[in-house]
Design a protein around this ligand. Sequence first.
Ligand code: DQA
Length: 142
Amino acid sequence: MSKLLVLNGPNLGRLGSREPEVYGSANFAELTDRVVTAAKAAGFEADVRQTNDEAELVSWLHEAVDQQNNVIINPAAFTHYSYALRDAAALVTKAGLKLIEVHISNPHTREEFRHNSVISAIATGVIAGFGVESYVLAIKAL
Ligand code: DQA
């Protein structure tokens, strides 16, 4: 079974209690279960991780390149301004691997600062606005 890295950025560990009207009621453990189950059905072994640390996310993207793993990433707030993350994500797609950017909410319906993603231009694809199902749709796309 091929391994898939499912990476999550800052504050996503607070799902369930964080703005449930925006992000829904599922907590991070429930998101992980849903993703692992959907990935298994599609023939992937999903390694689901979350960090509040930009440097750790960059290191995980380097790991994806070194181990030749496709990536699903919800960069959370880093989406909107982290050029370090963008450069690391570009290493993944330039290595011929897939990197799908996902969002639980649809950032385009929200505050203006969320309308821009510095990741999208180097991503294989972007899925946003379907709650936790955004991750499942990304798995289907892979
Ligand atoms: C998010 C959207 C971002 O704007 C926000 O900073 C997040 C979560 C989403 O999944 O909808 O933390 O990436």
